[in-house]
Design a protein around this ligand. Structure first.
Ligand code: CP
Length: 324
């Protein structure tokens, strides 16, 4: 694996999951794999879990991580080819990225979409410009349309839960991705990415439920069952992934904040005693009720903790693939 920006970069999901779980059991298994290697973590947007889990993962492999909050501390970057830079941007990616490629062995980028211009966001211009000009392996820490480290973590968490439950010996789990309300326009990244990974993984019955107007791009949802009736979708679910996203069709718009879509214990009763997932951060009592988040079915802390092992498995694969 020479980069990690989507599931398409992963030859075998289950092998990566197995590696991640090996690191969970023994965090310092490969503590010298990244010795004398430096990893740059560039944040154009805020983060708690992604930032810290990737630093911990890199250090577990013996790498030196350096975090650079471009949005707060850096020059404003220009990404357009041929730009006449007489506006607010100060430095072109063509000039900045090759320098980062010399400073680091792996470059990780977090960037969010504009939620204004769908064509620009879905072209993934920013991360592709870093790949084009840095000349070293690039890892997505969430891009304009995808969050692959989160999705790998989610599959690790589902697999752990399945492994500890004998009911899944002869049956595929039913996994439901449900839209939830939110007060602000939120990217489609987590939902796109989870859908894409579930399709590629293929070891679950996968259902997506959302109100009318919230269909995700079909490039990510192939193979999923789409059900607009949330109660129907939740019937007999084994895992419920709760997430808000803004409209893809009416791009970036909040079309409804219908509270009846919030995940509550009443909704949980419709399921097969489902485990509840969310990538965090979460708006309590908007997306998910306190009773769910603080209850026995919530996997959210385990899920967020697993971010370390997902990142460690990915970084290790890149180090092995690029070692000289
Ligand atoms: N889930 C996730 O990406 O969390 P952060 O935004 O805190 O990194």
């Amino acid at each position: 694996m020479k980069q990690f920006i989507s599931v398409k970069d992963v030859p075998h999901i289950n092998i990566l999951v197995k590696q991640a779980l090996a690191y969970k059991a023994s965090p310092f298994l490969d503590k010298t794999l990244g010795a004398n290697k430096r990893i740059g973590l560039l944040f154009l947007n805020p983060s708690l879990r992604t930032r810290l889990s990737t630093q911990v993962a890199a250090q577990n492999l013996g790498m030196e991580p350096i975090v650079y909050n471009v949005d707060k501390e850096g020059w404003s970057l220009e990404f357009a080819e041929g730009a006449i830079m007489n506006g607010t941007t100060v430095e072109h990616i063509k000039d900045a990225a090759p320098i980062l490629g010399n400073y680091f062995d792996i470059l990780c980028i977090r960037t969010f979409p504009t939620l204004v211009d769908r064509e620009i966001d879905y072209s993934e211009k920013i991360i592709h410009q870093f790949i084009k000009y840095a000349g070293i392996p690039v890892v997505s820490l969430e891009s304009a349309t995808l969050h692959p480290l989160q999705s790998l973590t989610d599959i690790i968490t589902i697999q752990e839960s399945i492994a500890s439950n004998s009911n899944f010996k002869n049956k595929k789990p039913k996994v439901v991705l449900t839209w939830a309300p939110h007060i602000k326009p939120i990217p489609q990244c987590v939902a796109n990415s989870f859908s894409e990974w579930m399709g590629a993984w293929g070891e679950a019955e996968f259902v997506i439920t959302h109100p009318e107007g919230y269909a995700l791009s079909s490039e990510f949802t192939q193979g999923a069952t789409i059900e607009h009736n949330q109660d129907q979708a939740l019937n007999e679910a084994d895992f419920v992934y709760v997430k808000n996203w803004s409209s893809y069709e009416q791009y970036g718009k909040v079309l409804t904040t219908d509270v009846s879509w919030m995940m509550t214990n009443k909704k949980l009763a419709l399921t097969n005693n489902a485990k509840i997932m969310h990538c965090l951060p979460v708006r309590r009592n908007i997306e998910l009720s306190d009773e769910i988040l603080d209850g026995p079915n919530s996997l959210v802390t385990q899920e967020a903790s697993n971010r370390v092992w997902a990142a460690q498995a990915v970084l290790a694969e890149i180090l092995k693939a690029t070692s000289i």
